[in-house]
Design a protein around this ligand. Structure first.
Ligand code: ACM
Ligand code: ZN
Length: 485
């Protein structure tokens, strides 16, 4: 028999008798401490069923498998034996709650679905040019002045109403607990030194020039970034990260590092003085120094940092850094991994779910291979996992968010969990279609199967239309002015 409808596909599943249904009324739990992290077995027989794992996490995954089987087969689940374990340690999804926010209930719905598909990391993007969403008590001005933008101009959609808000510490702690109850760790992201227009709007003294900075109303890459030379910037970041650590107890903190144009740093007396003191010849080294200082500060609290791949433009880097590879233009991630550096695969071309299906069909997402061709086999272990982001410039409401993320999130979950040799797209599609009612029961209306893999003509027109609607004049002007990296 083909594999029962489970996603991600179990690494070993034998249907012992398709015509005989298992007794799943009283499932016995057996502890086997020899099983690995996340590993579990499920034995479903006519006379009773047993799940085995080393700990509660393994039992949780066994239960998600049973939940899917129950959703698809009801009380007529065939007898089978499953032996299963994750391929990668990091199986994440990222949510941009800045460009557009989601309610706490909506975020919980997304987490519910992610848990059923065995994700174990929720990366929460909470600060950017268009808003600051973390309730800071140390810096209340970030809530008063940085959380609301005067209007929104993402692509060709103009909304003249102010937009904003923030998550209270109590709400963020509630999300952390909700995730922990589902064996999901939470990685908050505070993007620095770039993507900080909202922070600089409240605290212009932290920029190189000290001049007023507008909170941004459109997407793009902007030249106003935190100054790398002023001591008060480092003091601010330490205090803010202390507050962040207080709310988010898990090991990793994401400190961004992407798309930070160095235009102001090149002429800033503070940045240049600091570079001279440190014998740096390149502004990228100053960003690396900033990363090191944050890592050192967080390290004292037992935390480690994750950064986007642009951070590798510097030869000054902290130890224990994890790089999230989203757009490796300079081809730095594979050499980094080959030398022992840890990398999360998040390639924008395959894994950015804000792009329409015309541009990134489910098959393309599913087919992504986290192991680059020039990665040494001995370095495969340095690819710690996969993560799929949903950026929300053009994703204004939860129904659109569900449509674009599912089933692509599920496709990533299968790459994160199932060994490459056990993957097959057509089979994934069959299993996934059977699981759509379960997603719907959870509160997620996924894209219908006819939208998953558009034909080449539709893809071409859809991709062109997406760009026509999403790239606006200001982004082109910024790009031509050279503010893009
Ligand atoms: C990114 O998409 N700028 C990480
Ligand atoms: Zn500066």
């Amino acid at each position: 028999m083909t594999c029962p409808c489970i996603v991600p596909k179990p690494n070993r599943c034998i249907v012992t008798d398709a015509a005989v249904f298992a007794d799943v009324r009283n499932i016995r739990k057996e502890v086997d401490t020899s099983l690995a992290d996340g590993e579990y077995t499920v034995q479903l027989t006519e006379s009773g069923s047993v799940i085995t794992a080393a700990d509660e996490k393994g039992f949780f995954y066994a239960k998600q498998t049973l939940r899917q089987l129950n959703a698809v087969y009801g009380d007529k689940i065939p007898c089978m034996v499953i032996q299963d374990a994750p391929a990668f340690a990091h199986r994440g999804f990222m949510l941009d709650s800045v460009r557009h926010m989601q309610s706490i209930d909506e975020i919980k719905t997304l987490i519910d679905a992610a848990a059923v598909f065995k994700f174990n990391v929720f990366h929460w993007h909470l600060s950017d040019d268009q808003g600051f969403r973390f309730e800071s008590e140390t810096f209340p001005e970030l809530i008063e002045q940085s959380s609301v933008r005067p209007s929104s101009d993402f692509g060709d959609v103009h909304d003249s109403n102010p937009y904003g808000g923030y998550y209270t510490k109590a709400q963020m702690r509630e999300i952390v607990q909700y995730c922990h109850d589902r064996f999901i760790t939470v990685i908050p992201e505070f993007d620095l030194p770039g993507h900080t227009s909202a922070v600089l709007h409240a605290k212009p003294e932290l920029s190189c020039t000290g001049e007023a900075v507008k909170i941004k109303t459109c997407g793009g890459v902007f030249p106003d970034i935190l100054c790398g030379g002023k001591d008060e910037v480092y003091d601010f970041l330490y205090a803010l990260l202390d507050e962040v650590c207080d709310v988010f107890p898990d090991e990793y903190i994401h400190i961004g590092g992407d798309e930070a144009p160095k235009k102001h740093w090149q002429t800033c007396v503070h940045c240049q003085k600091k570079m001279k003191e440190l014998h740096f010849t390149d502004e990228e080294q100053l960003q690396g120094y900033m990363t090191c200082r944050m890592a050192e500060h967080l390290g004292k609290k037992g935390r480690k940092v994750i950064c986007w791949n642009e951070t590798l433009a510097s030869d000054v880097l902290p130890q224990d850094l994890i790089i999230q590879n989203w757009m490796d233009r300079k081809k730095q991630c594979t050499p980094f991994a080959n030398k022992g550096g840890k990398v999360i695969y998040s390639d924008y071309y395959h894994y950015y779910t804000d792009y329409p299906y015309d541009m990134t069909p489910v098959k393309k997402t599913y087919s992504a291979d986290p192991f680059a061709q020039d990665l040494f086999p001995a370095a495969y272990q340095n690819i710690v996992g996969v993560e799929t982001p949903i950026w929300t410039e053009h994703v204004r409401d939860f129904s659109r968010l569900c449509y674009v993320t599912w089933p692509r999130f599920a496709a990533v979950s299968e790459t994160g969990w199932t060994k490459k040799e056990n993957k097959d797209y057509n089979d994934f599609k069959r299993r996934m279609i059977a699981l759509l009612p379960l997603l719907s029961e959870i509160g997620i209306q996924a894209a219908p199967p006819e939208d998953w893999d558009p034909n080449p003509v539709k893809r071409l027109f859809g991709t062109a239309t997406f760009f026509m609607h999403t790239v606006n004049k200001e982004m082109i002007v910024n790009f031509l002015k050279g503010n893009k990296d």
